[in-house]
Design a protein around this ligand. Structure first.
Ligand SMILES: [Zn+2]
Length: 217
């Protein structure tokens, strides 16, 4: 595939995925960013501050793997979190970062990594072929110092492996896969799991309140 063809294909795929994610309400108010690997040296990524549900060709730019613009457009502040993943693992072909309500709620509630087990939808993740597997994703504190956050992510992955996703507290979700199709499948499965986690937590808190009420009565 020549360079122009590969960038054009990446643009089409990012625009399509943006419309699909926007319809779900997971990238409100120009938040979020989406990228796709072009080769070892470059990726295509959304330009800072664009409406992700109505992306145009000019809203997708090229950066190198240090997050520097290759075409004069301004990359998102969070570009370094995408390029950290591409540099770390050559098999990663696409990265999706979203700002859903459920990702934000769970990230504010969790006081450590978030885990799931025993759920059929865990099979949506690459390398998991049974509901008996389990999935754990870390939660990092939010910061405007993206280079420091990228270092922190790198440090976690050096110890625990690349995994499939992480949360940033009060902010949102990052997930990735070998290509855009797999990454979107991971995102949709994670949104289901975050919703499940949150609803389970709410039921548990309601049960505790009920028990406390019974104890007082
Ligand atoms: Zn963000």
């Amino acid at each position: 595939m020549n360079d122009a063809h590969s960038f054009e294909q990446a643009r089409r795929s990012i625009i399509a995925v943006g419309q699909r994610i926007w319809r779900q309400g997971w990238c409100p108010a120009t938040s979020s960013n989406f990228s796709q690997r072009l080769d070892d040296e470059r990726c295509a990524i959304t330009v800072s501050g664009r409406d992700k549900g109505a992306l145009q060709d000019t809203d997708i730019m090229q950066v190198d793997m240090q997050g520097r613009s290759l075409d004069g457009q301004k990359p998102s502040a969070e570009t370094l979190l995408h390029t950290q993943l591409y540099r770390r693992d050559q098999s990663i072909g696409a990265v999706l970062h979203t700002h859903s309500v459920k990702a934000t709620l769970v990230s504010m509630h969790a006081d450590g990594p978030v885990s799931w087990q025993g759920l059929e939808l865990l099979k949506a993740f690459q390398g998991t072929d049974s509901h008996e597997g389990n999935l754990t994703i870390p939660v990092f504190d939010n910061t405007q110092d993206i280079a420091a956050l990228a270092d922190q992510v790198q440090g976690w992955m050096s110890v625990h492996g690349t995994g499939v996703a992480y949360l940033i507290r009060g902010h949102g979700l990052y997930t990735w896969g070998r290509d855009m199709t797999e990454t979107l499948r991971h995102l949709e499965a994670l949104e289901f799991l975050l919703d499940y986690y949150w609803q389970t937590h709410r039921l548990a808190s309601a049960g505790e309140r009920l028990m406390a009420g019974d104890a007082k009565a």
